[in-house]
Ligand binder design. Structure first.
Ligand SMILES: NC(=O)c1ccc[n+]([C@@H]2O[C@H](COP(=O)([O-])OP(=O)(O)OC[C@H]3O[C@@H](n4cnc5c(N)ncnc54)[C@H](OP(=O)(O)O)[C@@H]3O)[C@@H](O)[C@H]2O)c1
Length: 234
């Protein structure tokens, strides 16, 4: 079975790469943008890809065989210059556009260039890691408007793809996944108020997602799953 982890150098992405390498019959293709992780394995191939550059995604698609699973684990919450906004007064349109470019557009490009890789006779999965903060219905706190809006847009994009593919490639299960607060670079500076037992390791989250993948098929397409297997409202 062939698996592609986009953003395999991230906290959750690398845990997913390691998780799938524990099976002998899985070939893992994984991408990094900046630093290639120090992880080598006969069943693992690394590719340097900037997912905000369309030609990088097209080139990757041209090099890879058909896939049973594609997970996009790329994401951004803050950069060197900006933190997520506490108030709309902190809104900055460049930061907002960067959130869209990293958190939304890549999944649409991956669907564009990899749809033909996911047309297996049995179930294949196309998954993106989103966040519950992107749920419009669940929004009670406000704040973090750029990240929150980008994840809401990502959720809508994935739902839309799932509806189109229900007819065009009926074996592909399109899912959106919320990992919970996970101990990675992305969340490091926001972990202070996480309740005890609610800060997860990337390994735990990788296990949660792989269980959901194992237990779902094309009839589950278009769902938004939380790490514990429950379904989240859009
Ligand atoms: N951690 C949490 O608590 C949490 C909670 C909810 C949702 N999530 C979501 O989970 C996903 C994974 O996050 P994480 O916690 O694992 O974060 P992370 O450790 O910061 O990893 C982020 C990944 O995104 C990659 N990336 C960023 N910009 C990129 C670009 N332009 N092109 C290619 N790759 C790029 C990074 O690659 P390089 O390192 O090579 O730059 C890295 O692999 C994200 O979508 C995030 O929003 C995380």
């Amino acid at each position: 079975m062939n698996v592609l982890i986009v953003g395999g150098s991230g906290g959750i992405g690398l845990a997913l790469v390691k998780h799938y390498l524990t099976s002998n019959d899985v070939n893992v293709f994984a991408t990094y943008r900046t630093q290639k992780p120090f992880l080598n394995h006969p069943n693992l191939a690394w590719y340097k890809v900037n997912v905000t550059v369309e030609s990088d995604i097209e080139e990757l698609a041209n090099q890879l065989p058909s896939l049973r699973l594609l997970i996009n684990a790329v994401g951004m919450l803050h950069d060197g210059e900006h933190n997520p906004e506490k108030s709309i007064k902190e809104f900055n349109s460049d930061f907002f556009n960067k959130n869209i470019a990293i958190n939304v557009t890549p999944s649409l490009l991956l669907a564009t260039y990899f749809s033909k890789h996911l047309t297996a006779k049995s179930t294949s999965h196309f998954i993106t890691i989103s966040a519950k903060i992107g749920s419009i219905e669940d929004n009670r706190l406000g704040g973090w408007v750029s990240y929150r809006s980008s994840k809401a847009a990502l959720n809508m994009a994935m739902k839309t793809i799932s509806i189109e593919w229900r007819f065009k490639q009926a074996n592909t299960c399109v899912l959106v996944f919320h990992p919970g607060t996970t101990d990675t670079e992305l969340s490091k500076r926001f972990q202070r108020n996480v309740p005890e037992g609610k800060l997860f390791t990337p390994e735990y989250v990788a296990n949660c997602l792989s269980r959901i993948i194992r237990d779902t098929s094309s009839s589950d397409t278009g769902k938004f799953y939380s790490y514990d297997g429950s379904i989240l409202p859009w």
